[in-house]
Design a protein around this ligand. Structure first.
Ligand code: GDG
Length: 469
């Protein structure tokens, strides 16, 4: 059979679509939530390329198909592989370890083996759809071994890798069993992109420590090739958010939300996947203390927390959910009134329109991760505020803190500081807030997701092809 091959291929754990069952029980595909897809789907579409990824369902044998001008090359995973490669090695070993080990990473031999098997399957699928000399852009921590496995199969390709999450300091990385193998995996790429300069430095330092290489500046020579490691801070589709924020229906929804939540109450907002890296429990605890010490009252303010369900089969996520729900219940029981509670907690996914309506309605946006590669929610909030109103409380441990200098920066581990940040944002005068928001809006408008992708692809394009087919 004659197969089509593509000059531009995105490789990511997940395809950019989710299978949705509607009210009539019919199945169809819809764009998935999450940072990676919000950023990348428009780019793959405009390039008319291919996307290699998993559908998200175990034992799903959906054939490859085309959607919106992108060829979707499905990679099947068995139920056991989902447990071991995805929930195990990716989300219970690498994810916590790369986020400062804020939860204890677990190490299991069978997870590591499944991770390698699945990375190899992705590499084979990619090798099959990539045209001679094609550009392949690999994404994220589920596929750290893939660049090397792919280069072994197809030395003619130009391979870029982007890590969406932080890259840990040397002391943490070296805890990983077979750590040198993971490093060699990444060194199969020509260009390795990170969210922050410090992450790129951590990576280069490791190549010296574990493989005796000699990095110079942003580059390191490896097996006769040059590998570049550099920061490319990701951003959002600013005009998409701006369009939604200008939509009269979205604006009407924002006004309705404010009315429903209680007329003149100040609205504080959190929007996150329910993940232990996002500092949701720290934020709610700080809010509880502000109520307890009388800095804010239930009549004066309300906190809305949208916590999107995520990785629900992983034990640490179930425990987090229990912690958060217990704390919300405690605060509402202690400080609430009939028909008026201080914390409105939604363990639900919301539409883009509803999210933007919430951004428009919120006086203070709380983004308080313990560690976060970038954090797109912070940038979306800024992009939505065409009125130059609102305030952003932002953890200094996010990539976004490098860029959004108009935010109220906080250390989320320090509950006193968190409380000070929230109350400063609530009490700041409108002129100061406008000035801060204006600065952040300029930054976000100048560096949107297209800018990010073009910068990465331009840098990748400058790399010479290492072999001719
Ligand atoms: C990873 C890195 C990095 C959230 N809830 C709903 C919903 N969302 C959307 C947000 C935003 C995205 O999901 C979340 O992006 P974040 O950047 O905040 O966080 P992660 O999912 O952890 O993303 C992160 C990112 O990759 C990109 O590189 O910034 O550091 O951890 O776009 O709006 N969207 C909808 N309903 C929801 O309920 N529709």
């Amino acid at each position: 059979m004659e197969r089509r091959r593509y000059g531009f291929v995105v490789v990511a754990n997940r395809l950019p679509l989710d299978r949705i069952t509607d009210e009539r029980g019919e199945q169809h595909w819809a764009r998935s939530p999450g940072g990676l897809v919000s950023a990348l789907e428009p780019i793959a579409r405009s390039a008319g390329g291919a996307w290699v990824g998993w559908t998200g369902g175990p034992d799903d044998d959906t054939e490859p198909f085309e959607a919106d001008g992108v060829y979707l090359r499905t990679v099947p995973l068995s139920g056991e592989e989902v447990d071991r490669y995805y929930e195990g090695q990716s989300n219970s070993t690498i994810w916590p370890l790369f986020h400062d080990a804020v939860e204890q990473p677990a190490h299991r031999r069978e997870w590591r083996i499944a991770y390698e098997t699945v990375n190899r399957r992705f590499a084979e699928a990619t090798a099959e759809v990539a045209d001679d000399g094609a550009t392949v852009w690999v994404h994220d921590y589920q596929l750290l071994l893939l660049p090397k496995l792919l280069r072994d199969l197809r030395p003619d390709l130009r391979i870029g890798f982007f890590l969406h999450i932080p890259f840990p300091p040397v002391e943490l990385f070296i805890q990983l069993p077979r750590r040198a193998e993971l490093l060699r995996g990444l060194l199969g790429a020509d260009l390795v992109g990170f969210q922050q300069p410090l992450a790129a430095q951590n990576f280069l330092r490791l190549t010296a420590q574990l493989l005796d290489l000699r990095p110079h500046g942003e580059q390191v020579e490896y097996q006769g090739r040059t590998v570049t490691a550099r920061a490319f801070p990701i951003s959002i589709d600013v005009s998409e958010i701006d369009r939604l924020a200008a939509d009269p229906e979205v604006q009407a929804e924002a006004s309705r939300l404010r009315r429903e939540l209680g007329g003149d109450r100040r609205l504080l907002l959190g929007v996150d996947r329910l993940d232990y890296t996002k500092g949701i429990d720290q934020r709610i605890e700080a809010y509880g203390e502000l109520l307890a010490d009388g800095t804010v009252s239930n009549d004066e303010a309300v906190l809305v927390q949208v916590a999107t369900p995520s990785r629900q089969r992983v034990a640490q996520y179930q425990q987090l959910r229990e912690r958060v729900e217990r704390e919300v219940g405690r605060i509402n029981g202690e400080f609430g009134d009939v028909g008026r509670v201080p914390v409105q907690y939604l363990f639900q996914s919301r539409s883009r329109e509803e999210l933007v309506a919430l951004y428009l309605a919120a006086d203070v946006m709380l983004v308080t991760p313990l560690r976060d590669g970038m954090n797109l929610v912070a940038k979306e909030y800024v992009a939505a505020r065409r009125d130059e109103g609102g305030a952003l409380v932002l953890s200094e441990f996010t990539g976004a803190a490098d860029e959004l200098h108009g935010a109220f920066l906080v250390n989320p581990y320090d509950v006193e500081e968190l409380k000070r940040g929230v109350s400063a944002a609530l009490r700041a005068d409108p002129e100061e807030l406008t000035d801060r928001m204006r600065r952040m809006r300029e930054q976000v408008w100048e560096h949107d997701v297209d800018h990010w992708a073009q910068e990465f692809l331009r840098a990748l394009g400058r790399h010479p092809l290492s072999a001719t087919p």
